[in-house]
Design a protein around this ligand. Structure first.
Ligand code: NDP
Ligand code: KPL
Length: 325
């Protein structure tokens, strides 16, 4: 089974190192100093107090890697459209694309059924670049739970978690999903195949759409923003708006908002990924986490006044910092 991880930074590097350790046929697409370091010295993973270095096949040129069985995309959401053309040499008629990207996925309305079946989302797939360039039938959904960081070129620090939930857009337990799940499980990762992946997408998104922008606007860590009465209330209101939208699309939430916020508060003094990006001067992942939820609100005719307000503020924050256009 040929697996290519496209955008092998923190999450892709973590997954790639685990697959390499298990002897899988895996290649990594990366760029810049991180790629050069992996090519020269291998990929180092720091996990659970242990440091291991793996020799990996890393390249910037997909043509060199050829057609794959699975292409696992672990880019930031805003980087994917520009990379669709570059990825074409990796794709043959049977290639599955695994979308390991946070936020509302561009394929959300593929095989969902209902009046919005087949709707494309301009905020995450401007110009339908992914819909037309990949084809939604190739997609296997994925919710990424681990936390990881590239702490130096070629070196990935695993922070916590090892679950990558997988799910077909139509909820079936397909052969391709089961085969990938087995490969990831053999690499020491948890990879359940879920019949209702969209439920998990929303539970994760609940946090990202509220905690991430609030942290970017206030520079507060997760424990602080979830317990400060004012910001907790902002997060709660945003999450309730999102819940209405999701439920109108058939999603079932297994927990309530208060429990979700309490769970995040218990994580402790974590700087959300959006705050980390802002502080490091990296482009901010705003559209997949917030603008897309606003777009879903418009499509379902559900008002989103709190999401609209926070989105406007964080968009301007990003623009002023030169990290969002
Ligand atoms: N990190 C985490 O703890 C978590 C991340 N996620 C989600 O997972 C996804 C991936 O995040 P993460 O791993 O942190 O992101 P990273 O930025 O660490 O990894 C993406 C990598 O892809 C590289 N890249 C971008 N464009 C190209 C290209 N065209 N060709 C080759 N390489 C390219 C980037 O290089 P460059 O740096 O030069 O741009 C970077 O090294 C995001 O959606 C994120 O929200 C979810 C849960 C936790
Ligand atoms: C905030 C958190 C931990 C969960 O919502 C997250 O996923 C992020 O930092 O992006």
């Amino acid at each position: 089974m040929k697996i290519c991880i496209f955008g092998a930074g923190a999450i892709g590097g973590y997954m790639g190192a685990k697959l390499a350790e298990a002897g899988a046929e895996v290649s990594l697409v990366a760029r810049g100093r991180h790629l050069a370091a992996m090519q020269e010295k291998g990929l180092t993973l720091i996990e659970g107090g242990e440091t291991k270095t793996f020799s990996v096949h890393a390249s910037e040129d997909p043509a060199e890697l050829g057609v794959q069985d699975y292409v696992i995309i672990t880019l930031k959401a805003h980087s994917v459209p520009a990379a669709v053309g570059t990825m074409q040499p990796l794709m043959g008629p049977e290639t599955t694309i695994v979308s390991g990207v946070n936020g509302v996925p561009w394929w959300y309305f593929h095989k969902l059924g209902g009046r919005l079946e087949g709707t494309r989302l301009a905020t995450v797939d401007p110009g339908n670049i992914q819909w037309d360039g990949f084809g939604p039938e190739r997609v296997l959904g994925c919710v990424v739970y681990p936390a990881a960081e590239v702490i130096a070129p070629g070196i990935v620090q695993h922070v916590e978690g090892n679950r990558f939930s997988l799910g077909e857009p139509d909820g079936t337990k397909s052969e391709r999903a089961i085969a990938l799940s087995k490969a990831l499980t053999a690499a020491g990762l948890r990879a359940p195949v879920r019949p209702r992946l969209r439920d998990e997408i929303w539970v994760k998104l609940w946090g990202n759409l509220s905690f991430n922008p609030i942290s970017a606007l206030t520079h507060a860590t997760l424990d602080v923003l979830c317990t400060d009465p004012g910001t907790r209330e902002v997060a709660r209101k945003m999450m309730l708006e999102a819940q209405k939208i999701a439920e109108s699309l058939g999603v079932k939430f297994p927990v309530d908002v208060e429990r979700r916020i309490d769970g995040a508060a218990a994580v402790g003094p974590h700087r959300t990924s959006m705050l980390q990006d802002l502080e490091a001067g990296r482009p901010m992942e705003i559209d997949a986490l917030l603008s897309a939820v606003q777009e879903l609100g418009r499509l379902t005719k559900i008002p989103t006044p709190n999401i609209d307000t926070v989105l406007a503020l964080v968009q301007l924050r990003g623009r002023v910092a030169g990290l969002y256009t």
